[in-house]
Design a protein around this ligand. Structure first.
Ligand code: ZN
Length: 681
C-alpha cells in the first residue's frame, strides 16, 4: 500500500473547484476522499467518511466555523463538494457535554445545523469528527486493519502493530457514544495520529489533507506488512461441482423467492462470482467450518447479514440438490429468527424483524452468489462478501478470525435509524424481476425493454444484430444487458438463457417478440421461404418458451410468457400466408403453454398488434400500401376504428399490462386501434 497523493492533481482540483466558489480546503477534502474511496481494500460502496474544519462565509457576509463532513448516500470514490456538506461547528461541540443523546436527536441536531437546507444528512459519525480538533479526519474500514483487529487478542495485536501514536479503542457502537469515547482518548493523548476502532476500522487525523491521508496509508501498510509476513494457511481438500452455475443459480433464486400470495413473489436478482478468490474459497472441502459467522465491520450486516448461507456441492442429481437448497434456506431463516428473538430481548424498545433470508450464498465447489432487490444491490453485496473472504483469509494467516459478538452486530443491524426507514419505499411494478425480450433491437422490442426497465425489471435484450442490441441496452442503462442471439438456433437460445441465469440469477418474464414477414402468394410459395418463416415466427418462439419454462420450473416462483403474434394470425391478408400461418401456430403455442403450465404458476399470453411502424413495416412500405389504396401515409396508418396510429409504445404497454395481470393466462390482447374484421371470436 503506497500513497497515491499527486500534488499536481491536487492543485488542479483546487483550481477546478475554485471557479465554483469552493474553498481550497474543501477541494482538497474532495481530492483525498476520492483517493480513499477508489481503493476497494480501504472502503467499499459508500463506506467510510471524511471531514474538514474551515471558516465559512454565509450569504450575509458573516464568517463562522464549520465542519464539512461526508453526507450519507454519497460514495467517496466519486464524491463532489455537494456530498461533503457544511455544518455549524459550535452547536455540535455543545453536545459533547451531554451524557446521553439518542440517535434521532443527534441526526436532528446535525440536520438543523446544515448551512444548505438541501444537503444530504451528514454522516452518523459527524460528532466524532467534530469532537476531535484536527482539521482533516479520515475514516476507513481497511481490510488489513480489520484482519488484525478481528482477532481474539486483537486489541493487544493492534497496539503492537500500530504503535504508540495510534491508541486502540475497544468496540463501541457508532454514534454519540463512540464520538464521546474517541474524544476521551484524544483528551488523554493529544498527540495521537489517529485511533484504531477494534473490529470496526481506523481513523487518522492531520493538519492537512495530505497528512491525514498519508497517515491512513502508512497505518494500513503496517497492517498489510504484518499480514504479508505470515503464510496463508493451506486448506486440505478441494471440491468441484458437476452442475453448471446456470442450472444451480435459478434453484437458489427460487428458494429465496417469497410468496406474497395470489401468484406474486418477492424475488431477488443475483450476482454470480465463480472465478478468483471467492470461487477458490468455495472449493474448500471445509467450507462449512471456514465460512464466517460475523461480518468484518458492523455496518456490513445491514446489507449482507452476519453470515452467508452455505450450500452443499451441486452434483449431478438436480432434484436432490434442489431439496437440499430448500432445506438449508429454511434452516437459515429459522436460525435468523432465533437470533432476532434472542437479541431483541437484550435491548429496550421494540423492533421489526427484517426478512430472515440470506443475501450471500456460498455454493461449495462453485462460487459465491449474492442477491439483492436490484442488480446494483446484488453487486454491492457480492463486493462486501469478497472483501469479507479476503479479510478472513488474512485474519486466519495472522491467527484466528473472531468477529464482533452477535449482540453487538444485532445492535447495528437493528439500529433505530435503519428501522425507521422500513416500509417507506414503494417498489416499482416489476421490481426484483428479470425480463428477457427478443428482437430487442427492433422498434417494438426496444420500446418494451425500456418500459419494462422503467417498471423496475432487470432486462436482457436479445437480438441477432449484436451491435444494435448492445447500443439499445446501453441507452437503457445499468439494469439492461444486451446479448447477440439468433433465436432460430436452439443451441444459441439455450446458451443465451444460461448467460441470463449467470447474469441475473433466472428469468421471470419473457417477451418473445422477434419476427419478420416473408411475402408471396401461397399457391406458388417456395417451400424454403415458408420454412424460413416458420423457423423465426414459430420455432424461435418455441425455443424461447421451452428455455424460459425450464428456468421458471427450476425457480418454482411462476413466471409469464408473452408472445408477439399478429393480426395475421386471425385475419389473413393477401400474400402474407408465410407469415400468418406461422403466427397462427404461435397463437396456439401460447395457449398450449397456458394449458400445460398453469399449474406451475406460469402464465402465457399473446399480443395481436397491427400496422406498427417498425422494421416489418417501413416508411417505404407504408408509402406503397397507402398509395395502392389511394390514401396518404397518415390516413393509412390511422385507418382503424379509433382513427389513431398505433405506436410501438402502445404494444409495449400491452406487454406490460399482461406481465402484471396475475390472474390472466391464455389471453390474446389486441392492439390495433380497432379492426372488427380482425376481432377474435
Ligand atoms: Zn465506520
Amino acid at each position: 500500500m503506497k500513497s497515491r497523493w499527486d500534488s499536481v492533481a491536487a492543485e488542479q482540483m483546487v483550481a477546478h473547484y475554485q471557479q465554483q466558489g469552493v474553498p481550497a480546503d474543501l477541494a482538497l477534502r474532495v481530492y483525498s476522499s476520492r483517493l480513499l474511496g477508489s481503493d476497494p481494500t480501504l472502503v467499499l460502496h459508500g463506506g467510510g467518511n471524511t471531514s474538514v474544519k474551515l471558516r465559512w462565509r454565509e450569504v450575509s457576509g458573516a464568517e463562522l466555523d464549520v465542519i464539512c463532513v461526508k453526507g450519507s448516500g454519497w460514495d467517496m470514490a466519486v464524491i463532489e463538494p455537494a456530498g461533503i456538506p457544511a455544518v455549524r461547528l459550535a452547536p455540535l461541540l455543545q453536545l459533547q457535554s451531554l451524557e446521553h443523546l439518542s440517535d434521532e436527536a443527534m441526526v436532528n441536531a446535525q440536520r438543523c445545523n446544515l448551512l444548505d437546507s438541501r444537503a444530504p444528512n451528514p454522516s452518523v459519525e459527524t460528532l466524532l469528527h467534530a469532537f476531535v480538533p484536527h482539521k482533516f479526519i479520515d475514516h476507513t474500514h481497511a481490510n488489513a486493519v480489520l484482519a488484525v483487529s478481528n482477532q481474539p487478542d486483537g486489541l493487544q495485536l493492534c497496539r503492537e502493530i500500530f504503535g504508540p501514536t495510534m491508541p486502540v479503542l475497544d468496540y463501541v457502537m457508532p454514534g454519540f457514544k463512540l464520538a464521546k469515547a474517541v474524544a476521551g482518548i484524544y483528551a488523554q493523548q493529544p498527540d495521537a495520529a489517529g485511533v484504531i476502532l477494534h473490529k470496526h476500522g481506523i481513523f487518522t487525523f492531520g493538519a492537512t489533507a495530505r497528512e491525514a491521508y498519508e497517515r491512513m496509508i502508512a497505518m494500513v501498510a503496517r497492517a498489510a506488512a504484518y499480514i504479508a509476513q505470515r503464510p496463508r494457511p493451506v486448506c486440505q481438500g478441494r471440491v468441484e461441482a458437476s452442475m453448471a452455475s446456470a442450472e444451480v443459480v435459478p434453484v437458489i433464486r427460487g428458494a429465496l423467492g417469497v410468496s406474497l400470495g395470489e401468484g406474486s413473489y418477492a424475488r431477488m436478482v443475483a450476482e454470480v462470482r465463480t472465478t478468483g478468490t471467492p470461487a477458490e474459497f468455495c472449493r474448500r472441502a471445509d467450507l462449512e467450518a471456514a465460512a464466517w459467522r460475523g461480518v468484518i465491520t458492523p455496518d456490513h450486516n445491514i446489507r449482507i447479514k452476519n453470515r452467508p448461507l452455505v450450500l452443499p456441492t451441486p452434483q449431478s442429481d438436480a432434484a436432490a440438490f434442489k431439496q437440499a437448497v430448500h432445506t438449508r434456506v429454511a434452516a437459515y431463516a429459522a436460525d435468523y429468527r432465533a437470533y432476532f428473538q434472542a437479541n431483541d430481548a437484550l435491548f429496550p424498545g421494540s423492533r421489526r424483524q427484517l426478512d430472515p433470508l440470506p443475501r450471500v450464498v456460498l455454493v461449495q465447489g462453485m462460487g459465491l452468489i449474492a442477491f439483492g432487490k436490484t442488480k446494483q444491490d446484488a453487486i454491492i453485496h457480492a463486493d462486501l462478501a469478497c472483501a469479507t473472504i479476503d479479510t478472513l483469509l488474512a485474519a486466519e494467516a495472522v491467527g484466528r478470525f473472531e468477529p464482533l459478538a452477535p449482540a453487538d452486530l444485532f445492535e447495528m443491524e437493528y439500529w433505530s435509524l435503519e428501522q425507521a426507514k422500513l416500509g417507506k419505499t414503494q417498489e416499482l411494478a416489476l421490481a426484483r424481476q428479470v425480463a428477457v425480450i427478443t428482437g430487442a433491437a427492433g422498434t417494438i422490442g426496444q420500446a418494451t425493454a425500456r418500459l419494462f426497465a422503467d417498471a423496475g425489471a432487470a432486462v436482457v435484450l436479445l437480438d441477432v444484430d449484436a451491435d444494435a442490441v448492445q447500443q439499445a441496452a446501453r441507452e437503457i442503462g445499468r439494469q439492461a444487458l444486451g446479448m447477440a442471439c439468433d433465436v432460430t438456433d436452439a443451441t444459441a437460445v439455450r446458451a443465451a438463457f444460461d448467460a441470463v441465469c449467470d447474469a441475473f440469477g433466472g428469468v421471470d418474464v419473457v417477451v418473445s417478440n422477434a419476427g419478420a414477414a416473408w411475402e408471396g402468394p401461397m399457391a406458388t410459395l417456395d417451400a424454403a421461404v415458408l420454412r424460413r418463416s416458420f423457423e423465426l415466427n414459430f420455432f424461435a418462439h418455441q425455443f424461447i418458451a421451452q428455455n424460459a419454462v425450464r428456468v421458471m420450473q427450476a425457480q418454482g416462483t411462476g413466471g409469464v410468457l408473452l408472445f408477439n403474434v399478429s393480426k395475421q394470425a386471425v385475419n389473413p391478408g393477401p400474400n402474407f400466408g408465410a407469415y400468418g400461418t406461422a403466427k397462427a401456430a404461435t397463437l396456439l403455442l401460447s395457449r398450449q403453454y397456458a394449458l400445460e403450465h398453469g399449474a406451475d404458476g406460469i402464465r402465457s399470453n399473446a399480443v395481436n398488434a397491427d400496422r406498427i411502424r417498425s422494421g416489418l413495416l417501413t416508411d417505404s412500405m407504408i408509402a406503397t400500401r397507402a398509395g395502392a389504396r389511394g390514401l396518404s401515409a397518415n390516413d393509412y396508418m390511422s385507418g382503424n376504428l379509433l382513427g389513431q396510429e398505433v405506436l410501438a409504445k402502445d404494444v409495449a404497454h400491452a406487454f406490460l399490462a399482461l406481465a402484471l395481470a396475475t390472474k390472466t393466462t391464455g389471453h390474446v390482447m389486441t392492439v390495433d386501434g380497432g379492426n372488427i374484421a380482425a376481432a377474435l371470436r
